[in-house]
Design a protein around this ligand. Structure first.
Ligand code: AP5
Length: 211
């Protein structure tokens, strides 16, 4: 039987969101992206969204308690999920440990120069949220979503300066602690080479969650 409580780790732009959407659909479980949840709060102008914005614009981690309050209720009682962007540090991993037994943690590795190039080239449809990349998966018509005809926009935190800070503060500084935490759980942590095509990476993920 496939694993259904899955965490995706990796630097900004590694492809966590791209893989998480497909994997959640394949497994029939929710895709929970803390980045998407925060952007949704911001779009709706909630107090949580406005508080998070200052941290997101700088490329810093949003305070743990804000994230934990936002995600906690969505995890309890669910049979499965694909977590994308959570946990980001040990405090968050410890919280997660209290509410769910994680079956697989997939660490998608992509070198810094490549994730920065990918992030700067990312575009999203402001209507349906579909993800494009000007380097690897451009839209048929510049600035227009292939699926719904919506306008393609760039995330405000996808500038070189902010992506470099996200990489350092949220990945370089935190990843070793997270990997040690999950290495201590036999058979849970798997490393994935994220430099390959989206489809190749997805096929490997499917093999890992099936065993
Ligand atoms: P979040 O939205 O989670 O940002 P991130 O982790 O930096 O991840 P990204 O969304 O940038 O990248 P991704 O790995 O999902 O890559 P994607 O699939 O899009 O968080 C935003 C902010 O919210 C954070 O900076 C922080 O402030 C806050 N936050 C979120 N969670 C938090 C938490 N738990 N605690 C505290 N703060 C938190 O792919 C990137 C691009 O590459 C796309 O254009 C895609 O098409 C392309 N691509 C994907 N795969 C490939 C491939 N194999 N080959 C070529 N191109 C590819």
């Amino acid at each position: 039987m496939s694993a259904t409580r899955i965490v995706l780790l990796g630097p900004p732009g590694a492809g966590k969101g791209t893989q998480a959407v497909q994997l959640a659909k394949h497994l029939g479980v929710p895709h929970l992206s803390t980045g998407d949840l925060l952007r949704d709060e911001l779009k709706r102008g909630t107090a949580l969204g406005l508080k998070a914005k200052t941290f997101m614009d700088r490329g810093d981690l949003v305070p743990d308690q804000v994230i934990i309050d936002m995600i906690h209720g969505r995890l309890e009682g669910t049979l499965g999920f694909v977590l994308d962007g959570f946990p980001r540090n040990i405090v968050q991993a410890q919280m997660l440990d209290k509410v769910a037994i994680i079956e697989r943690v997939l660490h998608i590795q992509v070198p810094k120069a490549e994730v920065i190039a990918r992030s700067i080239a990312r575009r999203m449809c402001e209507s349906c949220g579909r993800n494009y990349n000007l380097l690897s998966s451009p839209p048929k018509k510049e600035g227009v979503c292939d699926v719904c005809g919506g306008k393609l926009i760039q995330r405000t935190d996808d500038t070189r300066e902010v992506v470099e800070r996200r990489y350092q503060v949220q990945y370089e500084n935190e990843i070793e602690g997270l990997l040690s935490f999950y290495r201590a759980k036999p058979g849970v942590l798997r490393e994935i080479d994220g430099r390959r095509s989206v489809d190749t990476v997805f096929q490997e993920i499917l093999r890992i969650v099936a065993n």
